[in-house]
Design a protein around this ligand. Sequence first.
Ligand SMILES: C[C@H](CCC(=O)NCCS(=O)(=O)O)[C@H]1CC[C@H]2[C@@H]3[C@H](O)C[C@@H]4C[C@H](O)CC[C@]4(C)[C@H]3C[C@H](O)[C@]12C
Length: 323
Amino acid sequence: MCTAATYQTKDFYFGRTLDYEFSYGDEIVITPRNYQFDFRHRESLQSHYAMIGMAHVVGNDPLYYDAFNEKGLAMAGLNFVGNASYYDVEEGKENIAQFEFIPWILGTCATLDEAKKALSEMNLTNTPYSEQFPVAQLHWIIADKTGAITVEAMEDGMHVYENKVGVLTNNPPFNIQMFLLNQYMGLSPKQPENLFAKDIELNAYSRGMGAIGLPGDLSSSSRFAKVAFTKLHSVSGNSEAESVSQFFHILGSVDQQRGCCDVNGKYEITLYTSCCNAQKGIYYYTTYDNHQISAVDMTKEDLDSTELIKYEVIQGEHIFMQN
Ligand SMILES: C[C@H](CCC(=O)NCCS(=O)(=O)O)[C@H]1CC[C@H]2[C@@H]3[C@H](O)C[C@@H]4C[C@H](O)CC[C@]4(C)[C@H]3C[C@H](O)[C@]12C
């Protein structure tokens, strides 16, 4: 399972948890402006917006999971197994393979509005990257400081939804996730009033009782409600440290601990959590075994270069001993 969220303070933040039972071998990858992006069904992009994100690199190809570009547009792919369906190549459309989707949007679009236009001209194809890396069944969140959308390519066509809560998890489809939020409309961060039975004396015996009923399990519909509630009630200062800290707390509300989600004897865990300051170009992250926040700042690199810039994911707890 995975969860993605947006967050606005003084700057715009975007990030995700990547939950899985194994890692493909991830790196923080900066694709500078003059790296040549090759596409299967269209000509290469010789120059494009620079981007940074988490990717598995095969040969010299960055296969991005989540990323944002130098203009502040961000995008993440999350599992959508059983519902995702891609299409055959179609004449007259911009045919983009599923694994090219993030580079295409982030390489060519500066804003969410431009991304919406690109989507209307695009056909997401079922072309696999290779035999070893077949088509991944995903759906996507695309966002900038003006808002967010969800993109779901399904058997009945490509759906583009306005995503007003600014969160995405996995199944079921986004319109159903939004419908399910109806069940939680009575929840609140404030203490409840007794609307249950006015003649019976009922007391709030604990803080936090206004949100009793908010799910805490790891299913994707429960994580959707939990993270939406957390994000929509989030309060933090505007500074970088306060915003980043709060963002990790938002996604921390749906963190997956080893042992709680059994996948045939293996355990799905939160392999990493990212938090991008999409306006400042910084990719922050923590991993399951490294709670210290590490970060890569894309603006410190030569963004006019032609070569990928890669940083290994720092693992292992870094404990600050005070005595
Ligand atoms: C497994 C990841 C999604 C995690 C997730 O959503 N888990 C939820 C589990 S569940 O459904 O709810 O059970 C996805 C996100 C991005 C994916 C990767 C990216 O799409 C990039 C390439 C794309 C290639 O086609 C396949 C390998 C791959 C390297 C993908 C492997 C894998 O499918 C990734 C890493």
